[in-house]
Design a binder for this molecule. Structure first.
Ligand code: NAD
Length: 489
């Protein structure tokens, strides 16, 4: 069955393009999918435009739009195992992680089905009894939604659910590396009854279809999650037509640990924060900033447990960590290990591919810890998106905060301490979009997610994640029209 979806019809690429998908756990091609070109992207944008302009989706009553989201949530749960299996083969992540993703995505659809019903329109007292003045919320229009490969279904759903809830029509473009669960999501939206043209799907590389999706005059909004360099290019591409643009970019996220913590718990929090999904997480706790007096003990604890993480195909029961997503990505991570060594960081564990003969065909990489780093090093400053922990030390709270904020990014950060007041003080001082106190990683659909500074602009999830897809409009109705009297002639 073809994988592009335009105006309610599944079709192959207009110019016949295809792409092989590789299973990162064994390096083998497991599927070939259609690959769109600019021609398909243009057709998808125009289909979304028609469906928006003729009112088929934006004029659908909000309760019906909410019901469609709820049906989609039910279908996601019906297909939970199949979807999780697909995500695991595509990305390499473990089945447990993929199942969690499907459940989280389901929760996001359910959340926006409720949230869109919360009344936000308001009347304004303009001081004239004959005037009815109200502020209403309307959909933005045609939205192109561009997602990365690390959480394919999840990142796309954070966009699709609020965009559709608000009455927009959409064109989805998943990462060319991991498109399959987005294809399935579109099938489920079609099964749930979304009108033809409200949801369109193009698969393909950013260079081929990106310019159409981000600069076409028929597109009103671009929502992008991915790397900093790509995000900058998208902001430029969308500038001429003054689109609304949301960019969720990378992170270089500090995890600050004070000496008063329970050491074993802190080791576990650090380990989970940085090595989950082999570090391929935008909010990964890649920068450990630890109080000097416990630094040696904490690093020793992490270094003792990291090599015990069980690698393998994400489909195998008991496996705790999968491979990196591609050969090219592993090469990038390896290049950063070389950079760290050249900069004088001290390699404590990892830094190489695993020796296990059973893992040689996949793109596996050992959890890696570099001690005695400082903030001038590239290994500390640049996102490498791999399983690499860098360790910096501090002696005072002020120094810890300064280090935690000394990054061009501002996505997420954390502080571990037994002192409640200090935890709150440090959390208040950290300039990151999410701050965890005595934890690392959790999020909920009700709470906004997004970055400060180079980690992006705009927010996903929570009420603000819906507001991104709404315009406000002021409607002034004079119930007793009369001459204004400004001009006397
Ligand atoms: P990427 O920037 O390479 O690609 C992201 C998406 O953009 C893909 O679908 C890609 O095809 C598309 N794209 C590439 N060039 C384009 C262009 N010129 N026009 C339009 N689209 C284009 O990122 P990636 O490697 O897929 O993902 C990893 C990055 O995503 C990391 O930097 C990570 O931090 C970031 N990320 C951020 C968040 C967040 O919430 N802030 C979440 C997940 C991932």
């Amino acid at each position: 069955m073809p994988e592009l979806f335009v105006a309610g019809e599944w079709r192959s690429a207009a110019e016949g393009g295809t792409r092989d998908l590789v299973d990162p756990a064994d390096g083998q091609v497991f599927r070939t999918v259609d690959e769109a070109s600019a021609v398909d992207a243009e057709a998808a944008v125009l289909a979304a435009r028609r469906c928006f302009d003729d009112g088929r989706w934006p004029a659908t009553p909000v309760a019906e739009r909410a019901a469609l989201l709820r049906r989609t949530a039910d279908l996601l749960q019906r297909d939970r195992e199949e979807t999780a299996h697909t995500e695991t083969i595509d990305t390499g992540k473990t089945l447990a992680e993929s199942r969690t993703d499907v459940d989280d995505v389901t929760a996001v659809f359910r959340y926006y089905a409720e949230q869109v019903l919360v009344e936000v329109d308001r009347t304004v007292d303009v001081g004239r009894p004959e005037v009815v003045s109200r502020v209403v919320h309307v959909p933005v229009g045609v939205c192109t939604l561009i997602a990365p490969w690390n959480y394919p279904l999840l990142q796309m759903s954070w966009k699709v659910a609020p965009a559709l809830a608000a009455g927009n029509t959409v064109v989805l473009k998943p990462s060319e590396v991991t498109p399959l669960t987005t294809v399935h999501l579109v099938r489920l939206l079609a099964e749930a009854g979304v009108p033809d043209g409200a949801v369109n799907l193009v698969l393909g590389g950013g260079a081929a279809v990106g310019p159409v999706l981000t600069s076409h005059p028929a597109v009103d909004l671009v929502s992008f999650t991915g790397g900093l360099a790509t995000g900058r290019g998208i902001l430029r591409s969308a500038a001429d037509t003054v689109k609304r643009v949301t960019v969720e970019l990378g992170g270089k996220n500090p995890n600050i640990v004070f000496a008063d913590v329970d050491l074993d718990t802190a080791v576990d929090v650090v380990l989970t924060g940085v090595f989950l999904h082999s570090g391929q997480v935008c909010s990964s706790g890649t920068r450990l900033i630890v109080e000097d007096s416990i630094a040696d003990a904490l690093v020793a604890g992490v270094a003792a447990r990291a090599p015990r993480i069980r690698f393998g195909s994400g489909l195998t029961e008991g496996v705790e960590s999968g491979p990196l997503v591609s050969a090219a990505h592993r090469e990038k991570v390896e290049a950063y290990v070389a950079i760290g060594l050249a900069e004088g960081a001290q390699l404590v564990t990892g830094g190489k591919r695993p020796d296990d003969p059973a893992l040689q065909r996949g793109f596996f990489f050992e959890p890696t810890v570099f001690d005695h780093c400082d903030r001038s090093m590239r290994i500390v400053r640049e996102e490498n998106f791999g399983p690499i922990l860098t360790v910096e030390r501090f002696t005072t709270e002020a120094e810890a905060v300064e280090l935690g904020n000394d990054t061009e990014y501002g996505l997420a950060g954390a502080v571990q301490t037994a002192d409640v007041e200090r935890g709150e003080r440090v959390a208040a001082a950290l300039r990151h979009g999410t701050v965890w106190i005595n934890d690392f990683g959790p999020y909920v659909p009700q709470a906004e997610w997004g970055g400060m500074r180079m980690s992006g602009n705009g927010r996903e999830l929570g009420p603000a994640g819906l507001a991104e897809y709404r315009e406000t409009k002021h409607v002034w109705r004079n119930t007793a029209p009369a001459a204004a009297g400004w001009f006397k002639g």
